[in-house]
Design a protein around this ligand. Structure first.
Ligand SMILES: Cc1cc2nc3c(=O)[nH]c(=O)nc-3n(C[C@H](O)[C@H](O)[C@H](O)COP(=O)(O)OP(=O)(O)OC[C@H]3O[C@@H](n4cnc5c(N)ncnc54)[C@H](O)[C@@H]3O)c2cc1C
Length: 532
């Protein structure tokens, strides 16, 4: 059932076996494990079906360290959450990602084998193919260049599959509407966790969009509000203790992480590479730039590919994960062309037409971009990398002094990257460069910021809207916020689902691991409910 929370009475009490805060990938992934069962699940979703500026405003907050996207864009409030606007590109973490620990901080307390059955279930949830995620699984769909690298070097090709669930609500809105045991309250914002007499949560107080208040009582509570929503709720729930809930060791909000996405180097294609046409058909064909771009970034099989180091090399050398996409160099069109296409895309034809005179004035520049982007054979390939960073306790989400419409403190995001991570990136890129050059592809030139002394990252280094960490998983409560099942240390019936539980971050986009870990947590909650 889908219910608008404004239809509830002011002061009403709602009861359920499980109450889930957040109807995004994590919340709906977890809820899916109970769909059609006898377990009564209440999902509180702050947003509605489709975008709502009012709901998104609840996510706004401050950004006071490394630059970041506006928080209302990174954490939109609507059924489906960020997965309403995501790319849908999915890839599991590699086995070594679960073994790694950095800078003396603990890593994952579970191994890839523990998550494997749930990764298989997440493939079904995300409606993807069970063919796998390596270049070998998709050899017939890979661009020739990646196939060549895979066959002739010790570099590995990693594959992303595109989930058709973009947006996530595409098939979930209908299922939720028809469900007899899942009740989803829309426009329902959780404001406060109330502790009971022992070490358990007794209820959640929440607000409807019109300001009415109601309470949810349940046997188990799951926080799936994304890193920002979950941390805010835990820190703001300070009626029992001023540090909030689950924060005895001051770990809630710490270890926030992202995957910087940035161009880190360029391969100047060797004349030998240019001569060996069969290996580089995309680059050498008539419509050089366009065909290379499509083939490298969107191969026909509907997958995406990138190169990474062999897992044993990373294990041996303790290297963070880096995945590099090879692609023809980006060429930025003039601002007026960008604005013109944006207006056309939004069907603002009047506004688009008003930009035509400026486009005409800039015609040589526009044609130059068209030529370089679409027609010219690339002489270089960019290495566009998505990078794992190491766990950093000073990278954190704290509460700001500002409050939202419901009086809840907003977030202050302080994303910080450990300076040593740049040196790690440099070592990885040099290893990749050596292998690509041994293949005769050309020589790798790193971007000046990569080799410059000091910890300065490129201004272009932005996250991938992958908000991870901040309620990390650990065995010892002093090292994190949740245990290896996703249960908050020291609170019997409070669980967290989402990428905030990741203690290290791999380089793959988080969606698939969010669903897999949420499904594993769902199974543990199910066992508690049945006493099995
Ligand atoms: C533009 C974009 C592109 C992306 N592309 C990819 C990609 O291709 N592949 C990939 O793997 N990842 C991608 N990501 C990241 C991925 O979408 C997110 O990591 C993932 O969807 C997060 O899911 P979540 O459920 O944990 O959190 P969210 O999606 O943030 O969901 C949390 C939900 O909780 C609700 N909520 C928050 N606080 C409260 C509260 N107090 N009370 C009630 N409800 C609350 C919110 O409204 C929201 O619906 C992308 C993200 C963005 C923004």
């Amino acid at each position: 059932m889908l219910i608008d929370a404004t239809d509830l009475e002011d002061g009403q009490e709602v009861t359920a076996d499980i109450c889930i805060v957040g109807g995004g990938l994590a919340g709906l992934g977890l809820a899916s494990a109970f769909l059609g069962s006898e377990v009564r699940v209440a999902v509180l979703e702050s947003g509605y079906l489709g975008p709502s500026a009012e709901a998104d405003r609840l996510s706004e907050g401050e950004i006071t360290a490394h630059p970041y996207f506006p928080l209302s864009e990174a954490a939109p409030r609507r059924l489906g959450g960020a997965a309403e606007v995501w790319g849908g590109w999915c890839r599991p973490f590699e086995a070594v990602d679960f073994e790694a620990s950095y800078n003396g901080w603990t890593g994952w307390p579970i191994r890839a084998a523990d998550l494997e059955p749930y990764y298989r279930l997440s493939v079904d949830f995300l409606e993807m193919s069970d063919r796998g995620f390596t270049g070998r699984d998709w050899a017939d769909g890979l661009p020739a260049l990646y196939r060549h690298i895979q066959d002739e070097s010790s570099l590995r090709i990693g594959v992303w599959q595109e989930s058709p669930l973009a947006p996530l609500s595409k098939s979930w809105a209908g299922r939720l509407r028809e469900s007899h045991n899942l009740t989803t309250y829309l426009g329902a914002t959780a404001l406060h966790l109330e502790m009971g007499s022992g070490e358990a949560v007794a209820g959640i107080s929440a607000a409807a969009a019109d300001g009415k208040r109601f309470t949810v009582r349940a046997r188990h509570f799951v926080l799936a509000g994304g890193a920002l929503g979950t941390v805010r709720l835990m820190l703001a729930s300070d009626s029992r203790s001023e540090e909030g809930i689950g924060n005895r060791h001051g770990m809630v909000g710490r270890f926030f992480a992202e995957h910087p996405h940035v161009v880190a180097g360029r391969i100047a294609l060797s004349s030998e590479a240019k001569r060996r046409r069969p290996r580089f058909p995309a680059i050498d064909s008539g419509l050089g730039g366009l065909r290379a771009r499509i083939e490298m970034e969107r191969p026909r099989a509907g997958i995406r590919a990138g190169i990474h180091l062999d897992e044993d090399v990373r294990r041996r050398e303790g290297l963070l994960n880096v995945i590099a996409h090879l692609r023809p160099p980006s060429v930025e069109p003039p601002q007026c062309a960008l604005e013109f296409f944006r207006e056309v895309r939004h069907r603002n034809i009047g506004k688009a037409l008003r930009l035509v005179p400026e486009l005409v004035r800039n015609l040589p520049a526009v044609l130059g971009v068209v030529y370089r982007r679409l027609l010219k054979r690339p002489r270089q390939l960019e290495l566009y990398v998505q990078v794992e960073t190491s766990p950093n306790p000073d990278s954190r989400i704290v509460l700001s002094d500002e409050k939202d419409e419901f009086g809840m403190p907003r977030a202050d995001l302080q994303w910080r990257i450990d300076p040593a991570d740049k040196e790690n990136l440099q070592r990885t890129l040099q290893r990749m460069g050596d292998q690509l050059s041994a293949l005769g592809l050309g020589s790798l030139e790193l971007e000046p910021w990569v080799t410059a002394p000091g910890d300065v990252w490129s201004d272009e280094a932005f996250g991938g809207l992958h908000m991870m960490g901040a309620t990390r998983m650990s065995v010892d409560p002093e090292d994190g916020v949740v245990d290896s099942d996703g249960r908050v240390h020291g609170v019997d019936n409070l669980w967290i689902a989402g990428s905030s539980v990741f203690p290290t971050y791999g380089a793959a986009n988080p969606g698939m691991t969010i669903v897999a870990t949420a499904l594993r947590t769902a199974e543990r909650i199910g066992q508690k409910l049945t006493g099995s």
